[in-house]
Write a protein that binds this ligand. Sequence first.
Ligand code: FE
Length: 214
Amino acid sequence: MNKNVFRNLSYGVYVISSLDEGRCTGCIANSVMQITSSPATVALSMNHDNFTNSCIDKSGLFAVSILSEESDSSLIGRFGFQSGRNVNKFDGVAFTMKSGLPVIDDSCGYIVCRVIDRMETSTHTVFLGEVIDGDILDSAPAMTYAYYHNVIKGKSPKNAPTYIPEDTISDDSGSKWVCSICGYVYDGETPFEELPDDYTCPVCRQSKDKFIKK
Ligand code: FE
């Protein structure tokens, strides 16, 4: 089986938020899809290891903030590459409470759901949510998962349902600098020896010392 074929499926990039006993938290997901129109329901796939999974489980609520191509890509590093167990991810982020859940202001729309059913797989929970609120926030085009990979040059964390180990992705380019936090690959001129001193990762905003040469 060639797992790269899954890259031909279409996805978005979403901040999934929920509540940890009243504290706002969340993570990044790409696997969200509308299931029915009336009543409107959506499905969300979330790894068991994501702290947000247990928060959705306990609160019975989740919100989807739909990132756009113009959303600050550091939101992906902030919500996707650290855990809400030990970080308050919403600190310093502009958000608005919608039907009781935090929604990212720098997104093109949001959907708030109440969990009505779930299905367990070996690694992920598929939550089925009835939509209780939703609106468009911005006219910018929604960010697709392909845009994230091809334009932002972002990678998938291991918890993503679409994760593919990097060593199985064909790549015949030479050595390169790779962010050890989020997997972003520096796309400057090659070959090269050093990153600029003031360089920061465009995805997770870490400094150049977090980059390793591969
Ligand atoms: Fe990074």
